[in-house]
Design a protein around this ligand. Structure first.
Ligand code: PLP
Ligand code: COI
Length: 354
């Protein structure tokens, strides 16, 4: 499948890769494809990056019928460009679409659109250590209508931006705050999808955490408010008594591709892994009795981010003396080594672009 390209008349200057802030600079082109009821997905195309026109009554503005994805392209040591597990993003956007009554996109169309856009924007993939090109595919409901039901028309768009680390801390440990008031998701809701509404509902707690000097919120389950779920933009993993424990995927947690990759690597290394429910009480008891060895988050934007401090009400713990732990470091080094092409890729996760 080859999509037609309309090139931008003027190309933007590339930013200095040492000053990149996550999600602020966009490249010269974007991918667009329309969906019309009765016709399906049609007119995939690459065009200059720029605003699009929508009616004020477009359904996405009112009822948030929207899904998105996040993946990255990396510059390898040979000077080429490679993607990390794009098929997983294709599968996950379709799982999100199913929940949100948005028509699914054939996996090969999704991956091909990502590949062709990144190939065109290859000069935008930075080569400084720790930098990459973040890719943001998303689908919005465009039908002008105020009735609450599935739209008949959708727009699929992919934009890309060169990025450095997501947290200003870089690989240094972040401080995380456990939220007791707001909840992000419940089983039966949309927690396992990447829909904008999940993030809209998370902003208040995130703002409160930031005001108190924390980077992000760690969510508890929405029913009992005692089981740990995930962090704002990452899944969360703990090393307790030599075993890695992470919340099971039971419908309210996003099935992270970085999480899955970390678990596959840990299993390769023979580290015992438990995907199960874990309460905040168990976590803090482990920390206070010296059995919480490490804590970290995993995500495309955040990669592997050590957690140096956890706060829950008036309980506060410093993890591993506030330093990055051995397993966290090994996961970071191995995963980024595979992503940037400096280590072998035994699982075949990397897709090299021509
Ligand atoms: N959890 C949430 C809420 C996220 O937004 C993300 C980021 O995409 C993740 C987890 C990690 O998922 P992934 O590793 O697929 O990027
Ligand atoms: C990602 O890691 O790709 C994400 O989507 C996180 C985002 C909410 C910033």
């Amino acid at each position: 499948m080859k999509f037609p390209v309309t090139r931008a008349a003027v190309l933007k200057p590339k930013p200095d890769p040492s000053t990149l802030i996550f999600g602020k600079t966009f490249t010269d082109h974007m991918f667009l494809m329309d969906y019309t009821a009765g016709q399906g997905w049609h007119d995939g195309r690459i065009v200059p990056y720029g605003p699009f026109q929508l009616e004020p009554s477009a359904m996405v503005f009112h009822y948030a019928q929207e899904v998105f994805e996040g993946l990255k392209a990396y510059r390898n040591p040979q000077g080429g460009v490679q993607l990390f597990r794009p098929i997983e993003n294709a599968r996950r956007i379709n799982s999100s679409c199913e929940r949100m009554c948005i028509p699914q996109i054939p996996e090969e169309t999704f991956v091909s659109a990502v590949e062709q856009l990144v190939e065109l924007e290859a000069d935008w993939v930075p080569d400084q250590k720790g930098t990459s090109l973040y890719i943001r595919p998303f689908i919005i409901a465009t039908t002008p209508s105020l009735g609450v039901h599935a739209a008949h028309d959708y727009l699929f768009c992919i934009i890309t931006c060169p990025v450095g680390s997501y947290y200003p801390e870089g690989i240094n440990p972040v401080k995380i705050y456990i939220e007791n008031e707001d909840v992000r998701a419940v089983r039966g809701g949309t927690g396992y999808t990447k829909c904008g509404g999940n993030y809209a509902a998370s902003i208040r707690a995130g703002e409160r955490a930031e005001e108190q000097g924390y980077s992000q919120v760690l969510w508890l389950d929405g029913v009992y408010r005692k089981y740990i779920e995930e962090v704002g933009a990452m899944n969360v993993l703990f090393k307790i008594d030599g075993r890695v424990v992470t919340p099971a995927l039971e419908g309210s947690v996003l099935p992270g591709i970085t999480r899955k990759s970390c678990l596959e690597l840990l299993r390769d290394w023979g580290v015992p892994v438990e995907e199960r429910r874990i309460t905040a009480e168990e976590l803090f008891d482990a920390a206070e009795s010296g059995r919480l060895e490490e804590a970290w988050g995993s995500g495309t934007a955040a990669v592997v981010s050590p957690i140096g401090e956890l706060a829950w009400g008036d309980r506060k713990v410093i993890v591993n003396g506030g330093a990055i732990g051995e397993t966290t470091q090994k996961l970071y080094d191995t995963l980024t080594g595979i992503q940037w092409g400096t280590l072998p890729d035994p699982h075949g996760w990397v897709v090299k672009l021509p």
